[in-house]
Write a protein that binds this ligand. Sequence first.
Ligand code: PLP
Length: 446
Amino acid sequence: MTLELSRQEIIDLSRQTTLYEWTSQKAMKPLAIDHAKGIYMWDVDGKRYMDFNSQLMCTNIGHGDARVNDAIKAQLDRVAYVAPTVATTAPRAELGHLLKELTPGNLSKAFFTNGGAEANEKAIKIARWYTGRHKIMVRYRAYHGATAGAITLTGDPRRWAAEPGIPGVVRIPDFYPYRAGRDLNDDAYADEVLRATEEIMQFEGPHTIAAVLVETVVGTNGLLIPSARYLQGLRALCDKYGILLITDEIMSGFGRTGKWFAVDHWGVVPDILTMAKGLTSAYVPLGATMVSEPIAEHFEDIPLYAGLTYNAHAVGCAAAVACINVYKEDNLIEHAAHMGEILKAEFARIKQRHACVGDARAIGLFSLLELVKNRETREPLTPYNPKPSELGPMPAFNAFLRENGMVAFVRWNTVFVNPPLCITEEQLREGLAIIDQGLEIVDRAL
Ligand code: PLP
C-alpha cells in the first residue's frame, strides 16, 4: 500500500472509484477490514467482527492460516504462472490427484477455472458436447454464477438483468418441502416433484436434454436440503434418459455440510461436479469442473474447446493443495459435522423461543432460519424479492448483529449461519446467542 488511509477514507474512495456488486451503489455500507484470523475480522479502527457466513460461504478453513499463506508465498517464489497450453506444474498435478481421490465414484479429471461461474460454464459446454444434446434443466431457486451461461442457469432475480440469456435452459420444479407444507422425508412429496420433473423431460424431449444441473444443497436461495428419495430419484431419471447429472457443489463442497461433498450424504455420484469457494477457502481464486471417466475419455482424441489464460494457475493450485491438507490435518470435515449437531440443537431452541422462526434448516455448518409472519400459515416475513420498503424489521435485525460484532448473511426473510469450519463450540454458541437476542426485534415487529 502506498496510501495511509483512515476507515472513512477507505470507504469513501472505494465508493467514488469502484463499483459494488448486486446493489445500488448508494445502499452499500461496507466494513473497512484490515486483517482477519480464524473466524474473526478486524476493521481498520480495531473493531472485531465474528464472520458468521465465511464471507460468501467460502473461507471454510478460516482466515489467515499460515500453512496456506506459506504455500502461496513459496509457489510465488518458485513460479507464479505457466501457460496451460505450454507447461504443467507440480501443484496442478498434485491437486488433480487429490481431487480424484476426494470426489466420489468415477469422477476422475478436473478442469481448473478462476471461480464458480466458469466451472458451471465449462460443465454445460462439456455436457452439450459429450451428449450431442443442447438443453440444460435447472431450477428457479438456484444461483449458479454471473457469467452469461451461469446467470441464465440461475433462477433467482439476479438473472433478470441478463435476460433473455443463453438458449436451451429449461426449468424443473424446486424441492422445497417446507413451502409445500410437507416434511423433508415425505416420500410422497419427493415422488410428486420427480413426476413433475419427468413430465417436463417428456414435453421437452429427453433426446434434446444434455444435463440436469442442480445445487446439491441449495445455498442463497433458501438452504434447501434434498431428501435421499428426491436426489437418488433425480439421478435415476437422468440415467433413464441418458441425461447427465451435474451437481454444483461450489457452496456445498469442502466440508460445508459435514462431508467432503454434499452428494456424499446420499451416495449420489454425478457425471460432473463443479467446485470453487472452499477449494482454496478463497485465499486466491480457483474453481474446477470435475468430470467422470467416460467424459474424460471422450476428450482423449477430440479437442476440448475450453480455455482460460489462468487455467490451472500455479498459485491457485498450490493454495488448494495446502487448503485440502488443512481440512485433513485439522479434521475439519468431521469437526463441521459435529458442530452441525450442536447448531441443530441450538436452532431447535431458538425456534421454540421465537414466533418469527418458521423453519430452521441445517446440514453440517450450512444452515438457515426462515422467518415468517405466521407459523401456522407459513406466510413469509417478506415477499419474494422484496423492495427495501418491504423488508420490515430485517434491516434493524441486521444492524443489531453488526453493532454486536457479527457479520451474518441476511437475505430477505432468511438468516444464514455458515461460519468457518474451524469454529469452536464456544464461539458457535456465542454467535448464536447474538442472533437469538436479535430475533427479539423481529418478534416484536410481528
Ligand atoms: N454456484 C453456487 C452454488 C454459488 O453459490 C456461487 C457463488 O456464490 C456460484 C455458483 C458462482 O461462483 P463464483 O461467484 O465464484 O463465480
